[in-house]
Each structure stands twice: as structure tokens, then as C-alpha cells.
Ligand binder design. Structure first.
Ligand code: SF4
Length: 198
């Protein structure tokens, strides 16, 4: 039997593999539908996420919920997670060793969920998932081939809270996301060499 998300969570819920394990309040594993076609990946838990143990619960989360509703989706129908499972103190940027240590957990979640589309929120998650540095202004709203899924980068909702241009771009990109999901496209095969813009 393949491993379930719950079984995987039980394995890592007390993780202390990097220093963030000492400072977190809660490990924020992720929430949503284990069989989701659409998976969102953000950067790391913030203040409220750390307190509640759930990703995207603050103002950025409310905006994400609104954007989901605009394309007829509810939070329970998708999966939402982060690259890092524990909050960096004072929301500082994740350190390279923390990324390296924690990222395999995200890839395992993707392997279990098998989404058709991995939607990366902001520069950090996009860089980790695409495996290369990117300019969000150039890649947002475009579709990339991943390993067994499509990758669809969009701006981080937090970056759109106080900037109308980013909010407009997010709203437009959600409409494109809806089209991509509605196509019922079969995800690309799992072949590492296949990464690339199309
Ligand atoms: S950030 Fe990731 S690797 Fe570090 S303690 Fe938390 S779960 Fe473990």
C-alpha cells in the first residue's frame, strides 16, 4: 500500500532535522485534499501559521481563499503546503541548509498527492520547484512541465495585499489556472529531463 499523507505526517511531526525545530510552535505540514488536482506551495509558515499549525491562515490566506472562490474552488478541494514546515524566527529568509533539509518532505507530499498542477506562490517556492532562479515578473501565469505535473508560478498573495498591480496579475493568473485545470490535460510523464517552458 502506498504511504498516505497521514502516515507521512506521523513520521515527520516531531522533526528536529534543522534548527527551526527548536524555535517553532507547531510544525505546519499542510492542509487539504489528499487527491487534489491542484496543489499550492508557499514559502514557510508565518506568525499565525506557526501558532495555529495551518498554512495561509492570515490576511494572505484570506486572499488565497477569495481567489480560489473566484474560480469556483474551496480550500478543501485543493492542497496547500509550504517548502519549509517550520517558521523561521522573525520570518527571516530560509537558510540554504534549512531548504536542503526540508525540501525532500515537500517532494514526498507531491509524490503522495500526485497533483496535475503545482502552483508555486512567489519567488522562493518557484525557485525551489523549478530548480532555478527566476524573475516572477517573467514567469508568473506561465505553464512549465514538471516531473509528472505542470508547474504554474504566480505571485505570493502576501505580495498582492498592498500592491494593486500584483493583485490584478494574480486575478488574471487564477483565470488561466482555471483554464489549465478545465482542459483536463494529462500531466507530463515523470522524466527529469522534461523540465522546460512550453
Ligand atoms: S523546517 Fe523542516 S527539516 Fe527543519 S525541523 Fe522543521 S520539518 Fe524538520
Amino acid at each position: 500500500m502506498p504511504e498516505t499523507l497521514q502516515q507521512f505526517y506521523e513520521k515527520i511531526k516531531d522533526c528536529q532535522r534543522c534548527a527551526l525545530g527548536n524555535t517553532r510552535t507547531n510544525l505546519v505540514f499542510g492542509v487539504g485534499n489528499e487527491n487534489a488536482d491542484l496543489m499550492f506551495v508557499g514559502e514557510a509558515p508565518g506568525y499565525y501559521e506557526d501558532l495555529q499549525g495551518e498554512p495561509f491562515v492570515g490576511a494572505a490566506g484570506q486572499l488565497l481563499d477569495r481567489l480560489l472562490a473566484s474560480i469556483g474552488l474551496k480550500r478543501e478541494q485543493v492542497y496547500i503546503g509550504n517548502v519549509l514546515k517550520c517558521r523561521p524566527p522573525q520570518n527571516r529568509d530560509p537558510l540554504p541548509e534549512e531548504i536542503e533539509t526540508c525540501t525532500p518532505y515537500l517532494f514526498k507530499q507531491i509524490e503522495i498527492i500526485k497533483p496535475k498542477v503545482v502552483c508555486t506562490l512567489g519567488n522562493f517556492a518557484t525557485r525551489v520547484i523549478l530548480g532555478k532562479s527566476v524573475s516572477m515578473s517573467k514567469v508568473h501565469g506561465r505553464t512549465f512541465k514538471g516531473k509528472g505535473h505542470y508547474i504554474f508560478p504566480i505571485y505570493h498573495p502576501a505580495a498582492a495585499l498592498h500592491m494593486q498591480t500584483n493583485l490584478s496579475a494574480l486575478e488574471e493568473d487564477f483565470l488561466k489556472l482555471k483554464e489549465l485545470l478545465a482542459k483536463g490535460v494529462e500531466p507530463p510523464p515523470v522524466e527529469p529531463e522534461q523540465m522546460g517552458l512550453f
